[in-house]
Structure formats: structure tokens, C-alpha cells
Design a protein around this ligand. Structure first.
Ligand code: SF4
Length: 312
């Protein structure tokens, strides 16, 4: 089922994909299963990504206390989404930190919680490309029988120099291999990308779009680099070593990026809402993402282009 709004959009939105798949409004519920991250606990690195803001993952995440039980998070999330959006179906989204960073049996027990909620129709798991072993992929793929099941992989940039600069702790090759292994199990992949990373020029950002088009990922999520208090990036920003994108520049880059992606790739996100007083910059990231999304749509209209335009 496509709405009129879907037909006029110049990119394939996640909302329209869900409506086509389920024929109704479906909302994602962000969950914190209490996992850590291999780039923080020494498994693949220490210190974490320079921009990492723990509290930003979900409102359940706090440095001071363990997250509430998953059952409680799900029940609360469904009630909230049903009231706000009149949603009747939901996707459980293991979002916080690294959603596969535990032994396979522990992961099995964790993901299993969704079986208690018949309203849940999807399982989305966000993780790192260096944290998806064979058994973990088998486990996740086993949910495909009953749920819409996706793997979300953080790439951020397809440039290894940038990945080192932001202390990602994995390589572009790690990402390519993880996508191949997910696809061997028919698991669709959503790649997370940040535009405006330190030291990246426009050409490097757009090379990431070309790389993702070549990888055959099924979805891409974009957001603009923003600086949060308490991160390593905050120090660089205070030292004047970091240039941040302005809103119009970001909107133009997003259009450039999407013009390079095949039209069937689902665009899971164009911008984020950064809440709270810890945002240091750019300030426009704290003013609500709708404004940015509108600017991107207007820029597409001005150019007369759309997702995939440059692919001929
Ligand atoms: S991989 Fe994610 S959770 Fe881990 S340090 Fe980087 S941003 Fe933070």
C-alpha cells in the first residue's frame, strides 16, 4: 500500500517500505539490552569512536543504572507509539551499543523476548561489522521465518583513513565481508553513515555512496556529524580542529549522496533529532529533523533530481 506522499517522494523512505510490507503503520521501538561495545571494552579497541555519545542511543540508556528489563521497555514503547502514532504493529530494535556483543546463547535468550509480544512483527539488530560471527548470523537469520529481520551495520565512512581518525576499530574490508556473509543468509543490511566526519572532503563522502551502491546494501541511514559534551570529539571541537557542516551544506550533500544510490535502496534516516543540552554543535541538529528533511526535499525539487539520478 503506497500513500500519495510516498509516490511524490524523491527517495525511497523507510516509512513507505513498511507500509508496502505490512499495509499499516509500523513503529520501531529502540531497546537497550545492556550490551557493551567491543570498541570500548578492549575486545577490538578502547576509548570508543571519538563521537560516541552513550546516552544518545535511547532514553533507557544511562551511565548510572542498568537498563530496565526488555519486557518493560517493549511494553512501555508499544504503549507510547500506539498513543502517539496509532501504531498497531511494532519492530523490536536492538539499538544501544553493539546489539550482538555477547555469547550466542545469551543473545538467543535476549532476542527471544519478542516471542512474548504478538504485536511485534520485526527484529532489527544494530551492530558493528567486526562483531557478527557465523553463529550470530545464523541465529539472527533464524528469525526470518517469523519476523521481518534486518542487520544494521555501522560503517560511517568507506575510507580507512577516516575510520582510523575516528577510532572506529574496524576496516572497510570488515564491513564488505560482513555484508557478504549476511547476504549469504538472505539477511538484508542497512548501513549507517555519518556525513561531515573529521578531515573528509565532499569527494570522500560521495565515494562512500558509490561503495555502498557497489556492496548491494538494501538500506542506508544518514546523519550529520554532531558534537556532544563529554566525547573526544568535543575536545577537538573546543581546540578549533573541527569544521562542522551547516544545514544547507548537509542538505546538498545528502542529495548528492542519494543521487548515487540505486532507487530501490531504502533510506532509513536522513537526519537525527539531537535532544538535550549536551549538543555543542552544529546547533541546527537540535532544532528537529523535520526542518532538515524538508530542506533536502526542496533541494531535490530545485535540482529536478532524485535518488539514483546519477546512475543513468
Ligand atoms: S561502535 Fe557504537 S557503541 Fe561502540 S564506541 Fe562506536 S559509536 Fe559507541
Amino acid at each position: 500500500m503506497q500513500s500519495a506522499d510516498d509516490k511524490t517522494k524523491r527517495y525511497r523512505s523507510f516509512g513507505s517500505y513498511l507500509r508496502e510490507t505490512f499495509g499499516c503503520r509500523v513503529q520501531k521501538i529502540g531497546l537497550d539490552a545492556g550490551f557493551s561495545c567491543p570498541n570500548r571494552d578492549g575486545t577490538s579497541g578502547t576509548g570508543g569512536c571519538t563521537y560516541c555519545d552513550n546516552a544518545g542511543f535511547s532514553h533507557h540508556t544511562s551511565a548510572d543504572a542498568p537498563p530496565p528489563p526488555l519486557e518493560k521497555q517493549l511494553a512501555h514503547g508499544m504503549k507510547h507509539m500506539a498513543r502517539r502514532f496509532k501504531a498497531k504493529k511494532f519492530i523490536a530494535y536492538f539499538q544501544a551499543f553493539t546489539g550482538t556483543h555477547a555469547h550466542t546463547e545469551a543473545l538467543r535468550r535476549t532476542y527471544q523476548v519478542i516471542r512474548d509480544f504478538p504485536e511485534i512483527v520485526g527484529l532489527f539488530i544494530a551492530t558493528r561489522p567486526d562483531c557478527v560471527g557465523e553463529q550470530v548470523l545464523e541465529l539472527i537469520a533464524s528469525y526470518r521465518r517469523d519476523y521481518l529481520t534486518w542487520l544494521e551495520l555501522g560503517l560511517q565512512s568507506a575510507n580507512d583513513t577516516t575510520l582510523r581518525r575516528i577510532n572506529r576499530g574496524h576496516t572497510v574490508e570488515n564491513f564488505s565481508r560482513a555484508v557478504e556473509r549476511a547476504h549469504e543468509r538472505s539477511l538484508p543490511v542497512c548501513a549507517h553513515v555519518i556525513l561531515g566526519l573529521p578531515g573528509e572532503r565532499r569527494e570522500e563522502m560521495l565515494a562512500t555512496a558509490d561503495f555502498l551502491a557497489g556492496c548491494g546494501v538494501e538500506s542506508v541511514k544518514l546523519h550529520c556529524l554532531h558534537v556532544m559534551e563529554g566525547t573526544r570529539l568535543a575536545r577537538q571541537w573546543r581546540d578549533g580542529k573541527l569544521e562542522l557542516l551547516d544545514q544547507r551544506e548537509y542538505a546538498g550533500l545528502v542529495c548528492d549522496f542519494l543521487e548515487r544510490l540505486p532507487p530501490e535502496v531504502i533510506i532509513g534516516r536522513l537526519a537525527v533529532d539531537v535532544r538535550g543540552k549536551n549538543l555543542l554543535g552544529p546547533r541546527w541538529c537540535g532544532r528537529g529533523k523535520q526542518d532538515t528533511v524538508r530542506m533536502i526535499e526542496l533541494e531535490f525539487e530545485r535540482r529536478g533530481s532524485r535518488q539514483g539520478s546519477l546512475l543513468g
